[in-house]
Design a protein around this ligand. Structure first.
Ligand code: WTA
Length: 631
């Protein structure tokens, strides 16, 4: 068992140990797991080359630690709970023993389809039991899972499938979101049409939607599972073998397939889950994220299961059948730890307070947020109406790239403070950098957030492009990992994440690169070029504001706006819709031809007095035009 931090003094003690003797610190935690062979060396690294190896020479299978251990010790304990989209439908429970059997069955099905260690399997599923089971079945046989959020469009799915050359796609006939059914199989058909790497599409029957089945390629999953054996030997994996690929947005159009490996990821996901949520035996833990994001990987599946916890998955949305749905689910299961996104809190805080007051939320011990900054108002609402002033709020900061939570209060130990993620977890060495690449010392300062020492769950590379990994994360400040976020460090040494300092915009907690959205807009025949920037938004945190240069101003602007959003929906997904579009004759450029987003961001937010020096632009006159166009 991982030892929990007990109080503030213990946190400082553990933190110091983790800095003084990192290898010893992590080895002690790693020893609490089942390894098929112990590691020869804890850590080998060179951050300049972005080379990091943890538990070198160790052999393991993460599913033995997530499932087999608990299936032997506590077979009847519920591992996963599923709350369906519609509260009138029956929920499901899967015990650790049942999980063992179901994962093995699917693992055997995948093997029978020819999947081998190292092959990539794309998972495009709604939040139903087959999603975590598919993830774990891949891990069981050493196949690399690539989960794609089921809100992405066919072409976004296609580029991810092609990038990783996935052999199999696991999907469902459809997914339910409130009163809507999403035709997932149909989207997959469009995505894999003519994609030669995909040999087979396995389909879960869920919504009973009528779908087209390609006789040679598509197979219903259930009959194959029914015939499969319930045991499957775990594949022996090297600690540094890839466990999964998860795509995240970048500042160029192509998404980055972040690669996480077996040993270090396991140790850190388990450790951080235990510390941040202070999970106790028999607690019911609920993270409302989708498994399609890193939060779902680490804190719905791996972190909780590694700790033998009961993790709840919810298929639906916070607004269906009404805006009390989250609170109703907490009451129904007696949820003890609840983890969600600030956006959800902002939406729910706008509803009549009876919707939350009418449910009994007294089971809650820890409430958390992730994915974007939480503003002060939302923080206080969450504290008062959900935590009833007695549950610590863990404002957790991390990234797809970091694999696990890096900054968070330890509940009941670290005093919380609205809008601050507070201190780093043990093992995490944060630094703030100035633009010249000097470390900023002291308190009450802000800068670019970097990490100066490896931690076990850091991504090891970008799939198929290690140079891009070095360029994106390790070259701005050589020898450091650069997060892409700005941060403030206050008088107490608490960290507040102030937001992205690059071209990534966080909208409703979704990490959206501007490039793929602009690429989609630019495909419209009337568009010459475009730039998308973020502007503050009450509910979503950021809204998207697009500046679009077109070659024909006689077109109906409303219709054109709708057409552009349809292009984005089709090419990226509905989550990336642009809220405001301003049509322009040109965009401000540097002399080397780069669009000056800094200026556009200021225009979009109405910050016109702070435009800075525009005289060095290639086309300063267009800034005036754009300002006029906005007014
Ligand atoms: C942002 C999500 C402020 C940040 C886990 C980061 C946050 C990006 C917080 C990663 C937080 C995440 N406060 N901002 N507590 N947590 N972010 O890869 O900008 O989807 O770089 O991982 O979300 O988004 P990603």
């Amino acid at each position: 068992m991982i030892q929990r931090i007990t109080d503030l003094r213990d946190y400082f003690k553990q933190y110091d140990k983790s800095i003084q003797e990192p290898e010893k610190f992590w080895a002690k935690i790693a020893k609490t797991f089942t390894w098929q062979k112990k590691w020869d060396k804890v850590l080998k690294y060179n951050l300049h080359q972005a080379e990091v190896n943890w538990f070198v020479g160790g052999k393991l299978n993460i599913t033995e630690n997530c499932i087999d251990r608990h299936a032997a010790d506590t077979p009847d304990k519920v591992a996963l709970l599923f709350e369906p989209n519609n509260p009138n439908d029956a929920p499901t429970k899967i015990t650790y023993f049942e999980l063992y059997e179901q994962v093995n069955q699917l693992a055997n099905v995948l093997k029978a389809q020819g999947v081998q260690k190292g092959d990539r399997v794309c998972i495009y599923l709604p939040m139903i039991s087959q999603l975590p089971i598919s993830v774990l079945a891949c891990a069981r046989i050493g196949a690399i899972h690539s989960v794609v959020f089921a809100g992405f469009s066919a072409s976004a799915l296609r580029s991810r499938i092609e990038d990783a050359a996935c052999k199999i796609v696991i999907t469902a006939d459809g997914g339910k979101r409130g009163d809507k059914v999403i035709d997932l199989k149909n989207i997959v058909d469009n995505a894999v049409n003519d994609v030669s790497c995909v040999e087979c599409v396995l389909v879960v029957k869920h919504t009973q939607t009528k779908v087209a089945m390609d006789e040679l390629r598509d197979k219903w999953l259930e009959p194959l599972i029914d015939r499969a054996a319930k045991t499957c030997e775990p594949e022996m994996m090297d600690a540094e073998d890839p466990l999964f690929i998860l795509y995240t947005s970048g500042s160029t159009g192509k998404p980055k397939g972040m690669v996480h490996t077996c040993g270090g990821y396991m140790v850190y996901a388990a450790y951080s889950f235990q510390q941040v949520f202070q999970y106790e035996e028999n607690d019911i833990y609920w993270c409302s994220a989708d498994v399609g994001w890193i939060t779902g990987h680490s804190y719905i599946i791996y972190g909780p299961l590694l700790n033998g916890a009961t993790s709840l998955l919810f298929e639906g949305v916070p607004s269906f059948p009404d805006y009390g749905r989250f609170w109703q689910v907490i009451e129904k299961y007696g949820v003890n730890q609840f983890y969600t996104a600030p956006t959800a809190i902002r939406v729910l805080a706008k509803q009549p307070s009876e919707l939350v007051e009418k449910y009994d939320l007294s089971s809650l011990k820890v409430i958390g947020t992730v994915g974007e900054p939480i503003n002060e108002e939302a923080w206080h609402w969450y504290d008062k109406h959900v935590g009833k002033g007695k549950c610590p709020i863990v404002d957790t900061w991390f990234q797809t790239e970091t694999g696990g939570i890096m900054i968070s209060p330890i509940p009941y130990s670290t005093p919380t403070k609205p809008t601050f993620a507070t201190w780093p977890l043990p093992g995490v060495q944060l630094v703030l950098m100035d633009p010249e690449g000097n470390e900023i010392q002291g308190k009450s300062v802000d800068g670019n957030l970097c990490i100066s020492f490896p931690w076990p769950s850091m991504a090891r590379t970008i799939w198929g492009d290690h140079q891009r990994y070095i360029d994106t994360y390790f070259s701005a400040y050589p020898g450091y990992y650069f997060t892409g976020d700005g941060s403030l460090r206050d008088q107490e040494g608490y960290y507040r994440i102030t937001g992205r300092v690059d071209d990534v915009i966080i909208v409703s907690g979704h990490n959206l690169g501007t490039a793929p959205i602009e690429d989609a807009i630019n495909e419209h025949p009337l568009v010459i070029e475009s730039a998308v920037v973020g502007v503050p938004h009450d509910i979503k945190g950021n809204a998207l504001y697009g500046f679009v240069t077109i070659n024909d101003h006689s077109q109906d602007k409303e219709q054109l706006t709708n057409e552009l959003n349809a292009y984005i929906s089709e090419r990226v997904g509905p989550i990336a819709k642009v809220d405001y579009i301003q049509f322009t004759n040109g965009l401000p450029k540097t002399r080397s031809g780069k669009i000056m987003r800094r200026i556009l961001r200021k225009v979009a937010t109405g910050d016109l007095n702070q435009l800075g020096d525009t005289s060095t632009l290639l086309n300063p006159e267009c800034v005036e035009d754009i300002i006029k166009g906005k007014l």
